[in-house]
Design a binder for this molecule. Sequence first.
Ligand SMILES: C[S@@+](CC[C@H](N)C(=O)[O-])C[C@H]1O[C@@H](n2cnc3c(N)ncnc32)[C@H](O)[C@@H]1O
Length: 262
Amino acid sequence: MKISVLTIFPEMFRGFEEEPVIRRAILKGAVQIEYIDVRPFAGGSFRHIDDSTFGGGAGMVLRCAPVLKALETVRESGSFTAALTPAGEKYDQLMARELAQKEHLILLCGHYEGFDQRILSRADREISIGDYILTGGELAARVVMDSIIRLLEGSLRAESTAEESFENGLLEYPQYTRPADYCGEKVPEVLLSGDHEKVRKWRLKQSLALTLKRRPDLLEKRILTEEERELLSELIEEQQMISQTEQEQQILSETEKEEKPL
Ligand SMILES: C[S@@+](CC[C@H](N)C(=O)[O-])C[C@H]1O[C@@H](n2cnc3c(N)ncnc32)[C@H](O)[C@@H]1O
């Protein structure tokens, strides 16, 4: 796969390729990355890359000509162009998998108040990495590249990514390493048991519990297996028992307070 990043701040990608997984992917030929500095495409002695917006308003937008000229130097027939913008489709693991299939991905990084709309209309997709505003698209492009590259053959072992959060529609279960007892905080007994089936079931239940607590929206989208349905009912029952006990304790302590002589 080839990734071309169009940016006016190529220096913001310094160090990206030093990270071991990314470096391995590059060395194994799984990915080739190029950074295109858009500024020289602006021409003129001042190389104005941005201009004020028609209709008035604060801030400057990236001009069409330099960005589109830069784009034309890298775009080929099989290229897929994605512009990083907060108004884009929300990025997720599914989109990462989809983009990882592309032969040539071009990432357009915006800056200042963003792009002239005519740049965006030439992109195949607009991507947002979340509901917040960054100063520029460079960090967003790093996020997108990182999440894609680790999925490419040659970057990581397939098992390393298969069980990660979002991969199977659930958040990942908690993980522990040595020591088994850290300052009195012990690793759950089942993980030391050597019983693979028990470990698998415990992990699945933990994944379901965490997803239920933090991302119930993921469960709504998921087609649950019989086992998952059973574990979820167990979890919901356990939760109901906990909240019932908490309520009883609260009533008890309030009664005790009321009964105490003044
Ligand atoms: C300050 S932002 C522009 C925000 C724009 N005026 C708006 O309100 O949508 C400058 C650039 O940062 C990038 N950017 C900022 N937030 C982003 C996000 N959540 N996802 C992807 N790119 C983002 C985009 O490339 C954008 O053009």
